[in-house]
Structure formats: C-alpha cells, structure tokens
Design a protein around this ligand. Structure first.
Ligand code: PLP
Length: 467
C-alpha cells in the first residue's frame, strides 16, 4: 500500500491519508481482513507526523472502514467493496436567462420591474437593522402562515389601497404567488377534476396547475376578459383561475356582470375562484379596480405578489384564504417548506408600516407611465395606424395587435437576429391560431432609449418582410 502526500495543496494531510485509504477499500484494492501498516511505519515512510496517521485511522475506524484487533493490528472491515459511479464535477457554463445579459439585446420580456429602481440601500439598511434587533426567538421555526407583523401590516395595507377587508389570520405569506398557486392546486386536487382557465394564460402558471394532474378547461378571452357565457363542463371543477384586474396577457378588466356569472358558476360547481392580482397596483388611468375577492370572500382566493412592486428575487407573495381552507392549508405549507423565510417578512412589514411601500409604488407608477407612453409614441411613429393596443393602461406590459403582420417563427427569428426579443401572444394561447398577429411588449425594466431603439429594430424587420 502506498500513499502520496502533497503538502502544497489545500486538502489537509489527515484528509489526504483518510481519502486514499478509503478509496482503496471501496474500490476493492484492499479487502476485508487485509492488514494496514502500523501508524509508526506510515508516518516514517511518508515523513509526516504520526498524529496525522492516528487521526486518519481514527476517522476511518469511526466510519466503519477499519477495525483494530487485539494482536493483529488494524485491518479492513467486512462488506466494503462498492463501485461508485463516476461523478462529473466539471463546472457547467452559466446560462441562466436571468444572470446572462447579452450585450445590446433589447428584451421586451413581460413582468420584470425596473430592477435598477429597487430601493437597494433602504432595503439593505432595514434588513440590517431588523436582523440585528430582532428577538432571538425569531430565529426559530416560525408559523407556516407567516410572521404576524407582516400579515397585520398587509391586512391594513390592503384595506387602505384596495378596500379589501380581511383578518390578518386569513393572510398566508408564500414564496411568491407561484408557490401560492401550487399549494392551492395541491390542496384542492381530486382525481378527474378540472380547472377552468383563461385562454391565453401565463404558461408557467398553467404548468403549475396541470402538473398536479388536473384536466384543463380553457375558456377564450375577449376584450372584456374570460367569456363566462360559454363556460360549460360536465366535470367536477377544482377551481377557476382568473386575472380579473388585468387579464394576463391581453389586459382586459373583467366587468361586474361576468364576475357575478363566474360566482354563480362556482356556486353551482361548489368550487373556488383563484384571483391572481399580479400587477394591479400599476394602473395608469382611473381608480384602482375592485377586487373579485370582495364579492365573495368565502369563494374567492386572492393571490398577491411583491415581484412586480418590489423585485421577483424576494420571492414574497401572499394569499387571502376563506376560513374553511385555512387549517388544511397550514398543514400543507408546514410539510412543504415549513414557512417562507422570515427575516425578509419582518423587513417587508417594517417597510409597509413606515409608509415606504406606498411611496415606492407611487414613484414607480410615474416611471412606468412614462415608459408606457414612450412605447406607445414609438409604436405610433413607426407603425402609424397599422396596429391597436389591447387592454387597459396598467401593469408592466402591453399587447400590440397588428393588422397585416403575423408573428411567425420566421419573423420572430429575424427580430431576434436584430437583437430584440418579443413574445407572441400565441405562445400563451392554449387553442392555437387566434393570436398570431399580437405581441406582448414588456417595458418595466427597459429604459426609454432601449424602448425607442427596440421598436425601431422591429420596424426595420417588418418593413423588409413581405407578408
Ligand atoms: C400573471 C402572473 N401571475 C403570477 C406571476 C408570478 O408571480 P411570483 O413571482 O409572485 O411567483 C406572474 C409572473 O410574471 C404573472 O405574470
């Protein structure tokens, strides 16, 4: 048995001796009953301290690889041949869409807020302050529903800003609304049950729902949102998923008549309605839209998110649950991830209670309004009257419908070659073919210069393409 020792590498001498002997045993080069050299002999031959060998042997003994037998020294233990599979430890290239920003690429991806406007310093200082001053008990496992300070702050905030009346105990803090929807899908799942969804719909969220095995019943959306008059099904329904304040992606507001129809449908099917209120804080005309939740708090599950008003990386969202679901939900959240990270919850509670959230939203609303106007102006300058903007003035994206352009793979490829990314509504459609002339243009994260340049490049592609 021979070992090689390298004093110039970062691995400790004990670890080097331990690993080499362990590898020889696992690979079968040393078999059960084989005698190991004495610690004195090894230390003299390797020219390292005997303590190093003693420590390595002690570790191998503790883990069961070797045994000391009176009279026969140290021997290899029984039943240790074990061929390990090769491990690939080569670093993979960083190719995450979020970490790699391609030079000069103008990406009209929807739903990304202006990350450069995140109150980084304020949040950092507050985080520091909260973390240094919070009682030790907060470092324990906390309640699955979330930190009460945040739930209380949110119930007051929702009442102030949306007129939503609910108790803090009904508000469940989740790691983003995606997790909220996932937990609700799991909670309400029964075999052969369907979920009624809008078509088009955010495909990521559709995947969340369908991953539980639900049948999907897609209902087309028109200029007023989901067409409630054509919802039909003989199946049991788990829930209806809607974005009533700002349909994603088409941007309509669901009128009260359709909301009432949907409630009647949910009553008949004895199911819930999930209201995804992902970006209604940013509304640029008129007053805030009333929530669906207010109409029937026992039937509507309200889902809110801080991804658009602050930053997606925070992974903070919330749900308002009907009382009947609370106990079951708390168990489910407990057995999923115990609770959402709590220090950030306390920071957010403080941020809301200090009035900073509303101030931030107010400031961002003005920024986004200006970006939206810049986008509309640039569309007008480049495309005159060849397009219409769909939906209401809200959120961080708009949908442009073109009269004579179909966003085929070919045209999208040409646009990408010009270093612009646009997202066809068709990609979000369940029934294909109805939205081929519409694109989603997210503007929240782009500067006015990027918006201007991006639309110019799209125009360049389109004018050179014969349709
Ligand atoms: C319609 C809609 N709902 C929900 C979400 C997800 O939000 P969160 O980051 O809170 O999971 C998004 C994200 O873009 C969205 O577009």
């Amino acid at each position: 048995m021979w070992l090689t020792i390298d004093k110039n590498i970062n691995t400790s001498l004990i670890r080097q001796v331990y690993e080499q002997i362990r590898a020889m045993i696992l690979e079968g080069k040393l078999s059960a009953g084989d005698k190991l050299p004495s610690t004195r002999w090894l230390s003299e031959n390797l020219k390292i301290s005997r303590n190093v060998i003693l420590e390595a042997y002690a570790q191998l003994t503790a883990e069961g690889y070797i045994e000391s037998r009176r009279g026969s020294g140290t021997i290899v233990a029984e039943d240790l041949y074990f061929k390990r599979c090769e491990r690939n430890l080569e670093k993979s290239p960083h190719n995450s869409v979020y970490t790699r920003v391609e030079n000069d690429l103008i990406d009209f991806r929807s739903g990304i807020p202006a990350l450069d406007m995140f109150p980084q310093k304020e949040w950092g200082n507050l985080f520091n302050k909260v973390c240094s001053h919070m009682p030790y008990s907060y470092f324990r496992y906390c309640q699955p529903g979330g930190i009460m300070e945040l739930r209380q702050a949110l119930s007051e905030y929702l009442f102030r800003t949306r007129g939503i009346c609910c108790r803090a105990e009904q508000i469940m803090i989740v790691s983003g609304s995606t997790q909220g929807l996932s937990l609700i899908s799991k909670l309400l799942y029964r075999p052969n049950v369907e979920v009624v969804v809008e078509d088009p719909i955010h495909y990521g969220l559709l995947n969340v729902i369908s991953s539980y095995g639900y049948l999907i019943n897609p209902i087309p959306v028109d200029s007023k949102g989901i067409r409630t008059n054509i919802i039909e099904t003989k199946n049991d329904v788990g829930f209806v998923y809607v974005t009533p304040s700002h349909q994603f992606p088409l941007g309509s507001i669901l009128p009260i008549q359709r909301r009432i129809k949907l409630i009647r449908f949910a009553e008949k099917k004895n199911c819930y309605i999930v209201e995804d209120d992902y970006d209604s804080e940013f509304r640029y005309e008129g007053h805030p839209i009333s929530s669906f939740y207010e109409l029937d708090p026992n039937r509507v599950i309200y889902v809110g998110s801080f991804s658009k008003i602050l930053a997606p990386a925070l992974r903070l969202g919330y749900m308002i649950l009907p009382d009947l679901l609370i106990d079951k939900y708390l168990k489910l959240k407990m057995y999923t991830d115990v609770h959402t990270e709590s220090i950030s919850q306390l920071v957010l509670a403080q941020f809301i209670n200090d009035g900073k959230l509303e101030k931030h939203i107010w400031k961002m609303k003005k920024k986004y309004y200006n970006k939206r106007q810049a986008l509309i102006n640039n569309l007008r300058i480049n495309f005159f009257d060849e397009y219409v903007i769909k939906g209401h003035a809200a959120g961080l994206h708009l949908v442009a419908e073109f009269q004579n352009i179909l966003f085929t793979e070919e045209i999208l490829k040409k646009i990408t070659q010009q270093k612009v990314k646009v997202y066809p509504v068709e990609k979000y459609a369940i029934h294909k073919g109805r939205h081929r002339n519409k694109i989603i243009l997210g503007y929240g994260h782009l500067s006015i210069d990027e918006i201007t340049e991006g639309i110019r490049r799209i125009k360049k592609v389109i004018q050179n393409t014969i349709i």
